[in-house]
Design a protein around this ligand. Structure first.
Ligand code: FAD
Length: 308
């Protein structure tokens, strides 16, 4: 069986989730090609060639593939489709944009958010906000999978795969890139940070989020938030962790003034170590916490910061 992994990248470098997708692909086959489609994306292709387990990198470098427009990239994937049995992309916004279109063009179902590979045709995926795990078996001739990055280790970097250039240009004329507004942050990216400190409604207002910032600076952590904190306007919505926010699985996760609703847990319960600070000893967050501190966050945060 041969696998085509569709890389998520910024042209210069790969999005870390691409490494986890290669790791998932390795459980299915040792014949793995990685497609880097973009514009001025040689940097991403060079990085891709180093990923352990990748036999070949396919590089499609043309303005029509810039910003990974799903319409154009999926047409490119269809051109290559006869050579592959399995199509994989990370379950990032890019992967979730491209792969359903690929699945539709192949006339097969997509299996989304795979967290475990049981066999060539059998996969596990979460549903009901992670409260239940479905085991899905497919008889599709070609399999289309998005991979939940937090469930697979990142692949290593010991390879030096050849890079093959693809010259074909698929401009479907269905979409065009207009503009993007990127949030500038001094802190590490939430989805891939080693430490995440999240605040909830217990922080009371946006100004109190600065208490988290000085702690985050000491731990080189990303800052996250519950939906209640986002909805109350304490912080922007790209900081939201949970079912309808980002899925994170850092080494260390702090939930501060967060009750632990299932929709929040859906986004962070795979974290390696969970620390909760909450003044309510019955808060559900304590059921998943490795370390729980029943305390007023306004008293203990400065103390914690001093100790650090
Ligand atoms: P609360 O539940 O109000 O909890 C605040 C906590 O702070 C309490 O436990 C309180 O004891 C504690 N506290 C207060 N003051 C202090 C203090 N001084 N010191 C210490 N502790 C204090 N939520 C998400 O987070 N992410 C999602 O992606 C998400 N998606 C959702 C999707 C759907 C379809 C729905 C219906 C809901 C979703 N929610 C999501 C909302 C979720 O149900 C909860 O409402 C939300 O997570 C609650 O946020 P919170 O814990 O900050 O607030």
């Amino acid at each position: 069986m041969s696998v085509l992994v569709i890389a998520d990248h910024s042209n210069q470098s790969l999005v870390p989730a691409t490494y986890n997708s290669v790791s998932a692909a390795q459980q299915l086959s040792d014949d793995i090609h990685l497609l880097v489609a973009g514009h001025h994306c040689q940097g991403a292709a060079d990085e891709a060639a180093n990923i352990s387990g990748v036999n070949k990198v396919l590089l499609a470098d043309h303005p029509v593939y810039d910003h990974l427009l799903a319409e154009n990239v999926s047409a490119l994937v269809m051109e290559l489709a006869d050579h592959y049995d399995i199509f994989i992309a990370p379950a990032t916004t890019t992967g979730k944009n491209i792969l359903p279109r690929v699945a539709a063009l192949l006339d097969v179902e997509q299996i989304s958010d795979v967290i475990s590979i049981e066999a060539d045709d059998t996969f596990k995926r979460p549903f009901y906000a992670g409260n239940a795990i479905a085991t899905v078996t497919t008889s599709a001739s070609k399999k289309v999978l998005t991979i939940r990055s937090t469930a697979f280790e990142a692949a290593g970097t010991s390879a030096s795969a050849p890079i093959e250039t693809l010259d074909s240009v698929h401009d479907q004329g269905l979409s065009a890139f207009i503009d993007e507004t990127l949030a500038k942050a001094d802190r590490p990216e939430l989805s891939s940070a080693r430490v995440v400190i999240s605040g909830g409604r217990g922080l009371q207002n946006g100004e109190n989020f600065t208490l988290l910032e000085s702690l985050a600076a000491k731990l080189d952590a990303a800052i996250g938030a519950s939906r209640a904190a986002v909805d109350a306007g304490f912080c922007p919505n790209d900081m939201q962790v949970g079912q309808t926010g980002k899925i994170v699985a850092p080494e260390l996760y702090f939930a501060i003034g967060i009750s632990g609703a299932i929709q929040h847990l859906a986004g962070m319960k795979d974290s390696k170590i969970i620390v909760a600070i909450n003044k309510d000893e019955d808060a559900p967050i304590f059921q998943v916490a490795d370390y729980g501190l029943v305390a007023d966050l306004f008293e203990v945060l400065p103390e914690l910061e001093n100790k650090l």
